[in-house]
Design a protein around this ligand. Structure first.
Ligand code: UD1
Length: 343
């Protein structure tokens, strides 16, 4: 198939491009080479057109004969403050809107969209007595007392996490999450109006070789990895019991290949995860043990707005896309302990 790949120079996009080519697809890579992501002097990889997805005419010239667009280009992170809002809105949402309009004009009706677990907000929880509940926000008093679990809104007991499936309500809690949710909504509306098909892939915590170094927009894997490289030990917030799903970038690439090759109709969304939940403490411990460095430090500090647990249900992607992650995070994180980072 002929695939237009946006964000082709990025940490995830470059691996998606390699996997698509290996699977025999004809890939046209585009990337705007944002300095915030690539540094001021970075050169695009060979075969990558330097194009902004907000530039309709530049896109139009590349879309002829394209069977499917694989849209990885995005401004990432959680957003540092409100000043980031125009950037998320412009690159992620306006960019997607332009892309969808040009796809329509060029009769390309199939989109694979990089989405994120952040669209779910704070995950799903069960009360031992009241079953599935929407938990209360964590109170400052609890957090200061070292009570990090959410509480049941009916009885006040602490609640347990459960797997998040794709039918969970979308409750974005950050600028980035708002932009990813809006991307999904634009894509869904386009699929209906244009009789197109969209596969939204909701990535969980992605890690792997050539991940960007620690920045104010980085997730915890890059932060821990950068701390170790500079001779510090990982600083684990709360009690380290926060649960996540860490998925290797090569598995994310494989999920994209499966989505590109699938026969989707309308809009559908899938968790892209390893299916092997892991605590933040274990992430830090695996990295430290692999390097033979000192153990992580549990600080008991907390960050406002952090999600306590968010753990993906892998069943739908397995059933409908045939996607099964190959890399167990306990192995992948040990390899990541020494993997090169992007400067
Ligand atoms: C992260 C990203 C999110 C992305 C998602 C999936 C950020 C801020 N969040 O969400 O945008 O879509 O992964 O890839 O980029 N922690 C520590 N020590 C630290 C830093 C963090 O213990 O030095 C803890 C946090 O308190 C939190 C957990 O690690 O409990 C995960 O943090 P982080 O990776 O920043 O956020 P996610 O919610 O997983």
């Amino acid at each position: 198939m002929r695939v237009l790949l946006t964000g082709a120079a990025g940490f995830i996009g470059s691996r998606v491009g390699a996997a698509l080519r290996e699977a025999g697809h004809d890939v046209i890579g585009v990337d705007v080479m944002l300095a915030a992501a690539h540094g001021p002097d970075a050169q695009p990889p060979p075969d990558c057109h330097v194009i902004d997805v907000r530039d309709a005419s530049a896109l139009a010239s590349l879309l002829s004969g394209v069977d499917v667009v694989c849209h990885q280009a995005a401004v990432v992170g959680a957003g540092v403050n409100a000043a980031d809002a125009p950037s998320y809105g412009s690159h992620n949402d306006y960019g997607t809107a332009v892309l969808l309009a040009e796809m329509f004009a060029k009769d390309c009706r199939r989109l694979v969209l990089a989405s994120s677990m952040v669209v779910y907000g704070q995950g799903r929880y069960d009360c031992a007595e009241h079953g599935p509940i929407e938990p209360l926000p964590r109170s400052r008093t609890d957090l200061d007392d070292g009570v990090f679990e959410h509480r049941c809104p009916i009885c006040g007991a602490t609640v347990a996490w459960r797997l998040v499936a794709e039918d969970a309500p979308l409750r974005p809690r950050s600028l980035y999450a708002a932009s990813k949710t809006a991307q999904e909504h634009y894509a869904l509306a386009w699929a209906e109006a244009a009789a197109g098909s969209v596969t939204a892939l909701r990535y969980h915590n992605v890690y792997g070789p050539h991940m960007p170094r620690d920045t104010p927009y980085s997730g915890v894997a890059a932060i821990f990895r950068s701390e170790l490289e500079s001779g510090d030990v990982p600083r684990v917030f709360e009690d380290g019991g926060q649960m996540r799903d860490f998925v290797h970038v090569d598995d994310v690439a494989a999920a994209n290949v499966a989505a590109v090759e699938s026969e989707g109709t309308g809009f559908d969304a899938f968790n892209v995860c390893s299916g092997r939940p892991i605590s933040i403490m274990e992430v830090a411990t695996q990295l430290c043990e692999a390097r033979g460095d000192a153990a992580p430090v549990v600080t008991g500090q907390y960050r406002n707005g952090d999600v306590r647990h968010i753990v993906a249900d892998p069943a739908k992607a397995s059933r409908l896309l045939g996607f099964h992650a190959a890399v167990d995070p306990r192995d992948g994180l040990r390899e990541f302990a020494y993997a090169p980072l992007r400067t």
